[in-house]
Ligand binder design. Structure first.
Ligand code: HEM
Length: 510
């Protein structure tokens, strides 16, 4: 190109070029800045209408999401129907959600089952983050599920699980369906702790709660396409949940009435306070900022009954299955239990359970490989925020894949191996400070029933280890055991655990 000889023209061209370059540069910088600010987390290609629904077919969700995260990264975005979902699958991403931005992710997204079963999301589990939830959570941690309260149920726990062990002993040499029996014993313990003695009402609640939990795990079409109002009317799950809620409400109302009448007849002197007694006292004392209604109390009771049994049974079931699959570990745990309780006259005393260090490591390892709530409970993004440089818009549903995190090879050697020894000399625990191990979640919404649940797992496990040797029924070899998981909010084993007990230490009463 010929350079113009006119100096004015040269200056003009230079000025215009500089202006164009400046403009281009600022457009580039601006667009880079703004795109970084608005960039969503990566994720798989989305089909029109269904989004990524198809990716979840054929496997349990925590495994399917783990496979996707291996391709798309630890913070990944999907669309399920119309709903945007962000999945955190690494300790780092989980820490961002449950510590750095904890308050912003402290609410739960709308869930049909919770809306209907939990009295319009007024339970501890599904209540929106705010003053009402904070009040309930405080009652829960300082009263309902405190260490003192857990300890107050010790003799009840011993009584219930001794009864279970007696039943197992009576079946010596024959295959027993341990899962089913554990379910009824654990429910019986939790229900007695929550609402007192066995009544017809209490027993009729169990199948209702189980079905409610099953329905809560499913994908309801109205939840996936919230803008299509007609789906709400068509939803079969909504009709079924409303029916279940009506039944549960009627039974709980009768249980509350029975409690009020019992206090009138017997005065306030009760042998052991159950959780309903505590809640009724809070209601009567009137010292609360937000008064508790009967519906609030019923929502909390459903929390305790629903969360209390299913999670503990799932843990014991997996622990026993892993022990059967790993005879070396089983023998070591049995030797430890027998050394401790032989010294105690053959009585499995809960006060001695802290001495079972190896068994405690077995429980931790079980919760690592098989967290009963593998995707924790979903969170909702309050205000638009940035995580790892990606934008998470307000209202996004956020899921933390605890199952994937607990098996991350970056933190765990041979992550798929059942090796309780890894916890023996380790300070890693499940209290929400080690984000590579979060079976109880973390942050403001961490499980408040941790102590209650662990006591409920350790005592029956100690009894099973101390009193019995176990064989697999029907000539099954331990290498052939089916360890498939079932679809649901809790990742229970698909098949019930059937084992043959052999008495090694007869049951003795204190
Ligand atoms: C092995 C036993 C248990 C496990 C593994 C477990 C696990 C969990 C998990 C993962 C969460 C969600 C935490 C989050 O969103 O970050 C949770 C919440 C909860 N759990 Fe547990 N849980 C167990 C036992 C119990 C028991 C025995 C109770 C009560 C009797 C209970 C009551 C609750 C409640 C009320 C919440 C909701 C907390 C909130 O949203 O503020 N859990 N649990």
């Amino acid at each position: 190109m010929e350079i113009p000889s006119n100096p004015f023209l040269s200056i003009l061209i230079s000025f215009l070029s500089a202006l164009v370059l400046f403009k281009l540069g600022s457009i580039l910088i601006f667009s880079k800045k703004s795109s970084r600010r608005n960039i969503p987390p990566p994720g798989p290609w989305q089909f029109p209408l269904i989004g990524n629904m198809h990716s979840l077919i054929g496997s349990v969700p925590h495994r399917a999401l783990h496979q996707l995260a291996l391709k798309h990264g630890p913070l990944m975005q999907l669309r399920l129907g119309e709903v945007r979902v962000v999945i955190a699958s690494s300790a780092g991403a989980a820490k961002e959600v449950m510590r750095t931005h904890d308050a912003n992710f402290a609410s739960r997204p709308p869930i049909l089952a919770a809306e209907i079963m939990s009295y319009g999301c007024t339970s501890i589990t599904f209540g929106p983050y705010g003053d009402y939830w904070r009040q309930l959570r405080k009652i829960c941690t300082s009263e309902l599920l405190s260490s003192r309260r857990v300890e107050s149920f010790r003799s009840l726990r011993e009584h219930v699980y001794l009864g279970l062990s007696e039943w197992v002993a009576s079946m010596e040499g024959s295959p027993v369906n341990l899962t089913e029996k554990l379910y009824s014993s654990t429910y019986s313990f939790t229900a007695t702790a929550a609402v007192g003695r066995l009544t017809e009402e209490r027993e009729r609640l169990l199948p209702i709660i189980r079905e409610g939990l099953d329905l809560a795990a499913g994908f309801d079409i109205a939840e996936i396409y919230p803008s299509v109002k007609v789906f709400r009317l068509m939803s079969g799950a909504r009709r079924r949940l409303s029916w279940l809620h009506e039944k549960a409400d009627e039974l709980l109302e009768r249980i509350i009435k029975q409690h009020r009448e019992a206090v009138l007849i017997n005065g306030d002197e009760r042998e052991r306070e159950d959780l309903l007694d505590v809640l009724l006292k809070f209601q009567d004392d009137g010292g609360l900022e937000i008064p508790l209604t009967n519906d609030n109390i019923k929502a909390v009771l459903l929390d305790m009954l629903g969360a209390g049994s299913e999670t503990s049974v799932t843990t014991i079931d997996w622990a026993m299955a892993e022990l059967m699959k790993n005879p070396r570990v089983l023998k070591k745990a049995q030797d430890e239990a027998r050394a401790v309780f032989d010294e105690n006259g053959g009585f499995v005393d809960e006060a001695l359970v802290p001495q079972l260090e190896y068994m405690k490591a077995v429980v931790k390892e079980t919760l690592r490989l098989h967290p009963p709530v593998p995707l924790l409970l979903p969170r909702k993004c309050g205000e638009t925020c940035q995580i790892n440089g990606y934008e998470i818009p307000a209202e996004t549903k956020v899921i933390v894949n605890a199952w994937a995190i607990n098996r991350d090879p970056e933190y765990w050697e041979n992550p798929d191996c059942f090796r309780p020894e890894r916890f023996l000399d380790s300070s890693v625990d499940y209290k929400g400070n080690n984000f590579e191990y979060i079976p109880f979640g973390a942050g403001r919404r961490i499980c408040p029933g941790m102590r209650f649940g662990i006591a409920n797992v350790e005592l029956p496990l100690a009894m099973f280890l101390y009193h019995f040797d176990w064989k697999l029924g029907d000539g099954i070899k331990y290498e052939e055991m089916d360890m498939t998981e079932r679809f649901g909010i809790t990742a229970r084993r698909k098949k019930d655990l059937c084992l043959v007990p052999l008495i090694k230490r007869p049951l003795s009463l204190k």
